[in-house]
Design a protein around this ligand. Structure first.
Ligand SMILES: [Zn+2]
Length: 463
């Protein structure tokens, strides 16, 4: 299966082709571990998880590296505010970050190096860049010279005429309106951790971290680099410049970025009080599956408007799908054969995913199955249709991974089913005392029967 994917570098949807046969090497910018991840951060990690699952579905083997930013402007600032060592802050939030990933069913990267464990290689890169004239030292810091690298600006479509020659920026994040020579190494300051290197004592900037970790663990060239759109400039532009100056080749073939998440139509910010973490949503009574479904179900290149109403809708969508399957399995065996329809929609689901991760389209095929079977009456479909649904939904769930939708093999015994159908008929005939009698028999056999607008649902008592 060929995957089509939007490459930020070309601003086009391209056919994905790995450098080396079936093996995909992917670098994902990881978290800065100074606080709880908010729902916007989590959207990005769920997008990365979706991409990984689709690559695997398409038959690729995947090796993913993700950095843990444990030393940067933010972790140091937070540690100083709290009066503790920055490792104390970063280790705490790194642990919480991986717990959040697990709760949202996002698989861990194959390798997740911490920035502080990779400083020697960052230093090697910086020395090389100084020797080759791409970088220079000034007042204890080392800067990347934009003038030395004519390719600068291609990823973020930066207007280079705005660059003031010789202007320097010391912070890790800044606006596109003020580009300049950026810091690879920040000279030692009071109240900041520092490392002694041949070019001076100090600490690495954020951008060199990703260049060094990706080069060291994935080689000079790799297939995919992911990040949120907010990282295109300056982080990825700077990373690209450093990596390509160091390696002498185009290092990344596909730059893939996920869009922003906004909350109730507004930019998320602490001052607006619309800053949700996974824990806060949990405290409000939402389960992780609903959060995962909500984050995964909108296209990665569309802005996602996170609302509590939307999260409730995700919750009820999941329970509707679950009810549908239960209802279908509980009914007897009819004669209507919709198995071909189910298989066609199953194929269409995966075709949609291969087309630039078209999750919305994919999900519409799941709902077509539900609607078609509901209009035909789930109690009337045959065994082949049921089997096809189980197969299709099991495969859908390798992507969605919603625990509530796991297809268990809990087949309802035929005699229990017959009793339930007799009871259903008795109710239709308004023979309620007979219906109650039959319910008693079903209960004695260890099953619970529930009435629904379409018919009934049977389930085992301990489930
Ligand atoms: Zn990065």
């Amino acid at each position: 299966m060929t995957i089509k994917i939007f490459n930020t570098l070309s601003r086009k949807i391209e056919n994905f082709k790995p450098i080396n046969g079936n093996e995909v090497k992917m670098y994902s910018c990881g978290p800065t571990v100074y606080d709880y991840a908010h729902i916007g951060n989590l959207r990005y990690f769920v997008f990365v998880d979706l991409l990984k699952r689709i690559l695997k579905e398409a038959g690729y083997s995947l090796y993913q590296v993700m950095n843990i930013t444990d030393i940067d402007d933010k972790t140091i600032k937070r540690a100083n505010e709290k009066g503790v060592d920055f490792h104390e802050i970063s280790l705490k939030y790194e642990k919480i970050f991986f717990e959040d990933l697990e709760k949202l069913k996002c698989s861990r990267p194959d390798l997740a190096p911490r920035a502080t464990d990779e400083i020697d290689f960052m230093s090697e890169m910086i020395q090389f860049l100084i020797e080759k004239g791409y970088a220079y030292e000034r007042s204890g810091s080392v800067y990347f010279s934009l003038a030395s690298y004519p390719e600068y600006g291609k990823l973020s479509k930066l207007d280079l005429s705005k660059v003031k020659v010789g202007a320097r920026v010391d912070v890790d994040t800044y606006e596109k309106e003020s580009p300049g020579d950026f810091a690879l190494w920040k000279g030692k300051k009071d109240n900041e951790p520092s490392y002694k290197m041949p070019f001076g004592e100090g600490r690495p900037g954020w951008h060199i971290e990703c260049s060094a970790i990706s080069r060291k663990h994935l080689g000079e060239q790799f297939d995919i680099h992911t990040g949120g759109v907010d990282l295109i400039f300056p982080h990825h532009e700077n990373e690209k410049a450093q990596s390509e100056a160091f390696c002498g080749v185009k290092t990344v073939n596909y730059w893939i970025h996920s869009e922003y998440l906004i909350v109730e139509g507004k930019k998320m910010s602490k001052s607006l009080g619309n800053f949700y973490t996974l824990r806060e949503l949990e405290d409000r009574g939402f389960d992780y599956d609903s959060v995962r479904y909500m984050l995964i179900s909108s296209h990665y290149r569309a802005q996602l408007n996170f609302t509590i109403t939307g999260l409730k809708a995700a919750e009820s969508t999941i329970s509707n799908i679950k009810m549908f399957v239960q209802h279908l399995m509980a009914g007897g065996e009819g004669t209507v054969d919709l198995s071909d329809m189910v298989r066609e929609q199953e194929k269409a689901f995966f075709d949609a995913l291969m087309d630039d991760l078209g999750i919305g389209n994919a999900l519409s095929h799941l709902f077509i199955i539900i609607n078609n079977i509901n209009s035909a009456d789930p109690l009337k479909v045959n065994a082949a249709t049921k089997e096809a649904v189980i197969e299709a939904f099991t495969r859908f769930n390798t992507i969605l991974d919603i625990s509530q939708l796991e297809m268990t093999e809990s087949k309802i015994p035929a005699d229990v089913n017959t009793l339930a159908q007799e009871r259903h008929q008795a109710r239709l005939d308004k023979d309620y005392s007979r219906a109650d009698e039959l319910r008693g028999e079903i209960t004695e056999m260890g099953y619970i029967v529930e009435d629904t607008p379409e018919g009934f649902i049977l389930r085992k008592m301990d489930e």
